[in-house]
Design a protein around this ligand. Structure first.
Ligand SMILES: [Zn+2]
Length: 401
């Protein structure tokens, strides 16, 4: 059934055999020509397009591998002339293998020149063109490395705000319509980064700006939330929790981040039929879910990061608030929606987790931005916390629990 492939395969295999008599001197001469005439003229002379994935590095210069081998062949065999693009394979089993056997340094752009913090590109396509590889909508791995690149865009379907680089932040999973899946595409890459505790590159593009490599981040956890796809249909969406770290090496990360990553392994709900992902979930169902997940705190007093539990608790508070600020005597504008059509409400812990507060709706309150600012920056903080604590407990009790 695939016999039509055989002549092509054997021809290529034969060419690889012929390539084995290339000499280092011929390759060196071709590199010199590349340096002398420049990349564009070199590619045009030999009739090749630009390499996307693999390059030979020489004097900090990246040389396109397949055109280089073609030219070197012509130098070695002046009677036969340079090879043409269809004569041989340029990939890892072809030109790349030949050059590596000759001890030249061959690799991908990301191996030789990985993007540095602050690097800027106008679009995701430009990032892809610069580094090559396997393009997955929204989340990309560059060839030659396993690092996951996460892209967030103020103009994108989720209209993400820029993250503060000092606190964990959410990142919506990949997949614009239909239920999102953990074990496919970009989400699978993020899941591997989470399980393996590997840092990802986080890129952000503000409205009208460029994609900038903003920070390294680790994947602390994930949870399912109720969302609406690009087709307007309700569906479960993944919410990844990322935390900025100074660099890719774990020995640079704060001890709390390392501990949270170890705990992150307890977030293992793979199917999207969990209560926090269903749009019609009730407060009681969410509370069952939260309490069923057990302690939110280790016996040692260290706050544990169970993002799924935490997401369910936040969702419960929003359900309880019915979209209105729970701040007593609120005079803000609690009914003004955000760009996603949702009320602008922050769900806040009355007593901070770090100071012994519980990660449970009876210690949590939905506040409009004004009331939230008064809570965190206003005078009489201790008294205000006591009032909010009573409000939260009363609101919880009023739900029949
Ligand atoms: Zn308010």
């Amino acid at each position: 059934m695939h016999c039509w492939l055989e002549p092509q395969l054997s021809r290529k295999a034969h060419t690889v055999t012929r390539l084995s008599d290339l000499s280092n001197a011929a390759v060196a001469a071709a590199i010199s020509e590349f340096q002398d005439v420049g990349r564009e003229a070199f590619l045009s002379k030999y009739g090749f397009g630009a390499s996307r994935d693999y390059f030979l590095i020489h004097d900090n210069l990246l040389v396109d591998t397949k055109p280089l081998v073609a030219a070197a062949y012509g130098i070695r065999h002046p009677d036969r002339g340079p090879l043409k693009p269809g004569d041989f394979s340029g990939g890892i089993g072809g030109a790349v293998a030949v050059l590596r056997r000759m001890d030249f340094r061959v690799g991908t752009r990301a191996e030789f020149y990985p993007p540095r913090l602050g690097a800027e590109f106008g679009s995701r396509t430009q990032v892809y063109e610069a580094f090559g590889g396997d393009k997955v909508a929204g989340i990309v791995c560059f060839p030659g490395e396993t690092v996951v690149n996460v892209f967030s865009d103020a103009d994108g379907p989720y209209a993400d705000d820029p993250p503060t680089l000092t606190a964990p932040f959410g990142y919506r999973g990949q997949g614009l319509s239909g239920p999102q899946r953990v074990h496919t595409g970009g989400n699978l890459r993020l899941e591997r980064a989470r399980v393996n505790g590997e840092a990802v590159r986080f890129w952000y593009r503000p409205r009208g700006g460029s994609f900038t490599f903003l920070t390294w981040a680790v994947v602390l956890g994930r949870s399912w939330i109720a969302g609406v796809g690009a087709d307007g249909v309700s569906r479960p969406e993944l919410d990844w929790q990322l935390e900025p770290v100074p660099g890719p090496a774990p020995d640079e990360w704060p001890a709390e981040v390392v501990a949270s990553l170890q705990d992150s392994a307890i977030t293992t709900d793979d199917d999207a039929n969990v209560p926090e992902a269903a749009p019609t979930t009730t407060y009681v169902e969410l509370i069952d879910r939260i309490e069923g997940r057990g302690q939110s705190r280790r016996p040692t007093g260290v706050v544990r990061t169970d993002y799924a539990r935490s997401a369910a608790a936040r969702r419960a508070v929003l359900v309880r608030s019915k979209g209105l600020c729970e701040g007593p005597g609120c005079t803000g504008m609690p009914s003004e929606p955000n760009r996603g059509g949702e009320p602008i409400l922050d769900v806040d812990h009355v007593q901070d987790l770090a100071r012994g507060g519980e990660d449970h709706p009876r210690n949590m309150i939905a506040l409009c931005p004004n009331c939230h600012a008064v809570k965190t920056r206003g005078a009489n903080e201790a008294q205000r916390r006591r009032v909010l604590g009573r409000v939260a407990q009363a609101a919880h009790a009023a739900m029949g629990l």
